[in-house]
Design a protein around this ligand. Structure first.
Ligand code: PLP
Length: 373
């Protein structure tokens, strides 16, 4: 059966060039990067070259990039460290953040009794920037943790504006850039952001590797104790082939960025047009959304709602659930629950997320399949 993958916000297929590079590194760079002999130094050179490559695309210093196993780990480390080591007394975030952020903050609230303020979003998923301004006007030592692109709706936050507000009010800014790294230009020389996090598998790289950007002036404490790897912040022998694969994936994403942005944006537009033709009452969740994520409410009855993902899966189509009540046993999407009405939540929402590997033919098949459900 033909397989159609429209779940690229969850993870992406690895590019062949990335696999080739990882295989090459596994075959040739087997030395321990901490060893002082030439075989070890050669592995170390792969890591440092990868760090420089990543820094080049983000317009930051190589020393500001710290390798981690993924974005979740990076966020845990940064937010915990901010509270523990920088004397943060308050975190401002939103209820539509990824659980990697929300659950870390909840744990810290319980452990350290810090104040947590949640910014609301409106029906279109747009943040309450006015509340951020008013909250930041007092003197409390604050970390703001807000994402760039929402992973469920694709709504894009104005991170330049948030960064400037933080900067003016001496608050630290942690930004979850998991959905935007490798998919748009991020210039950390221009953006007043203190910390960002990324996972390679979201930009056609390997799983189990990611990184944190920590601005030079900020010195965090180790997340893992042991050796001197990653400035002693994250001890343990590095995964050389994964780091090399991540750098290669970011490099290729940037090489093809202009062309792929057009291809993917065009696919999203085409999909929405075909869905609107088939289901005139369809509604898009979120405004000002990123070019690769489409989240829609389908005007389906409750009987159809329950089985929709299962039916699509049976036809070889992978998309993600967007909303609450598609199956009695599934918990509601915490993101859509903040945005939609109870009636809207009762209908099926789907997240369809594209990559350059998708085609219009796949979209036609998807829409035909939906019509037949
Ligand atoms: N933040 C966002 C916005 C995400 O979409 C994800 C993954 O879905 C994460 C954080 C966590 O990424 P990982 O599971 O690779 O650590």
């Amino acid at each position: 059966m033909q397989k159609i993958y429209f779940d690229n916000a969850a993870t992406t297929p690895i590019r062949q060039e990335v696999i080739d590079e990882m295989v090459r590194v596994m075959q040739t760079e087997y030395g321990n990067p901490s060893s002082t002999h030439s075989i070890g130094r050669s592995s170390k050179a792969v890591i440092e070259t990868s760090r420089k490559t990543i820094a080049k695309y983000l317009h930051c210093n190589a020393s500001e990039i710290v390798f981690t196993s993924n974005a979740t780990e990076a966020t845990n480390w940064i937010v915990r460290s901010a509270v523990r080591d920088f004397g943060i007394k308050r975190i401002i975030t939103s209820k539509v953040e990824h659980h990697a952020t929300l659950y870390t903050i909840l744990a810290l609230q319980q452990e350290y009794g810090i104040q947590v303020e949640y910014l609301s979003v409106n029906h279109e998923g747009v943040l309450d920037y006015n509340k951020l301004t008013s909250l930041l006007s007092d003197e409390t030592k604050t970390l703001v943790s807000l994402m760039h692109v929402n992973n469920e709706t694709g709504v894009v936050n104005d991170i330049k504006r948030i960064g400037e507000m933080c900067h003016q009010n001496k608050a630290l800014f942690h930004c979850d850039t998991v959905q935007s790294i490798g998919k748009t230009e991020l210039d950390l020389q221009q953006l007043p952001i203190d910390f960002i996090v990324a996972s390679a598998h979201k930009f056609h790289g390997p799983k189990g590797i990611g990184f944190a950007f920590v601005r030079k002036s900020l010195v965090l404490q180790p997340m893992i104790f042991g050796g001197e790897q990653e400035k002693g912040w994250r001890a343990g022998t590095e995964s050389v082939h994964q780091i090399a694969g991540m750098a290669k994936a970011l490099e290729l994403s940037h090489d093809y960025l202009a062309a792929e942005t057009i291809i993917i944006g065009d696919l999203k537009e085409y999909c929405l047009k075909q869905l609107r033709n088939a289901f005139p009452e369809i509604k898009v969740n979120g405004s000002n959304t990123f070019y690769n994520i489409l989240n829609v409410i389908l005007p389906f009855s409750s009987e159809k709602t329950a089985m929709i993902l299962f039916n699509l899966d049976m036809k070889g189509i992978a998309v993600s659930r967007g909303s609450a009540c598609q199956s009695g046993s599934i918990k509601p999407s915490h993101v859509l629950a903040e945005m939609l009405t109870v009636e809207e939540l009762a209908k099926p929402s789907l997240r369809i997320s594209f990559s350059h590997y998708n085609t219009k033919k796949e979209i036609d098949y998807f829409v035909e399949t939906l019509k037949s459900i």
